[in-house]
Design a protein around this ligand. Structure first.
Ligand code: MN
Length: 292
């Protein structure tokens, strides 16, 4: 029962109220402070959860605002992502000038399965989204619920799939959208460095009442752009995980991004994005022009 964060120089903590309590010592020494510490915590969570909660209930800790929060999951073995998983988003993409030629109404992850994003595109809640200098392209925000795998999942049935989830987090799937003559692969369009902001925390699955009933909202400045609920997912989190686990074995620390609802739109340097998911968490990031 916890909200887990990474902070400072790679410490791991439990967020209780506005205070971060250091639980780095629960991870084997050889992984401590490395990008793999969170994966190891997740792998061993059942063994250390009680101790983590004890520490979080104690004195001390550091204020979350001063802690220097980092991406809570910096090195997932895989980032799976669902295409076209909310009906209203399918409708807004079909017939838009950004639509891939093969896109048809009625498609969903049930037919399409998943795609992958590069883990190197991950950034944290304190970072900025950096837009590369590519004229003629648009860059869109997509808010998504992310599920983090806790136990290996191989060929699991949908009704057992949520038992393999460690927790959930708020994710942005920043996407370069093309039109006309540009034909870049989806993997490239979504894998620019900083195009996968995560955070601010991972909330363990037992803190979520019903993963199929969570509101998601995203603002650009004061403008509410996306406002939806996971009850409108075409393919639910359970079936997404089940289907993927019938392709390959999912590992602790794998991330599944469940798809974005309608309301996607352009972001430009100078924008500030706020994203929040009920019971899961929120983050705010600046959009800047990349300088390299
Ligand atoms: Mn997406």
């Amino acid at each position: 029962v916890a909200r887990v964060v990474r902070y400072a120089e790679g410490a791991i903590g439990v967020l209780r109220g506005d205070t971060v309590h250091d639980i780095s010592g629960l991870v084997d020494e050889r992984w401590r402070g490395t990008p793999y510490a969170m994966t190891e915590l997740i792998r061993n969570w059942n063994r250390v959860a009680d101790r983590a909660n004890e520490i979080a209930g104690g004195d001390g800790g550091v204020g979350a605002a001063r802690a220097g929060l980092l991406a809570p999951l910096p090195s997932p073995p895989h980032i799976f992502a669902a295409p076209l998983n909310y009906r209203d988003h399918v409708d807004e993409m079909v017939g838009s000038r950004h639509a891939p030629t093969a896109l048809k109404a009625g498609q969903s992850p049930a037919e399409l399965g998943f795609f992958l994003k590069a883990p190197g595109s991950i950034c944290g809640p304190g970072d900025a989204i950096e837009l590369p200098p590519l004229p003629g392209r648009a860059f869109h925000h997509e808010i998504e619920l992310g599920a983090v795998i806790g136990k290996p999942a191989q060929g699991v049935a949908a009704q057992d799939a949520l038992g393999h989830v460690f927790g959930y987090l708020c994710v942005l799937d920043i996407t370069m959208r093309t039109d006309g003559g540009y034909q870049e692969e989806r993997v490239l369009r979504k894998s620019f460095q900083t195009f996968t902001p995560l955070g601010a925390c991972i909330v363990t699955a037992d803190e979520i009442d019903d993963v199929a009933s969570l509101g998601l909202r995203l603002w650009v400045g004061d403008e509410l752009r996306q406002n939806a609920n996971t009850r409108d997912l075409i393919v639910g989190v359970d079936r997404l995980i089940s289907d993927a686990s019938n392709v390959l074995t999912l590992s602790p620390g794998d991330l599944y991004m469940t798809g974005t609802p309608d309301g996607v739109g352009p972001i430009v340097a100078g924008d500030r994005i706020r994203a929040e998911i009920d019971q899961v968490g929120s983050m705010e990031l600046d959009v800047v022009q990349r300088t390299w």
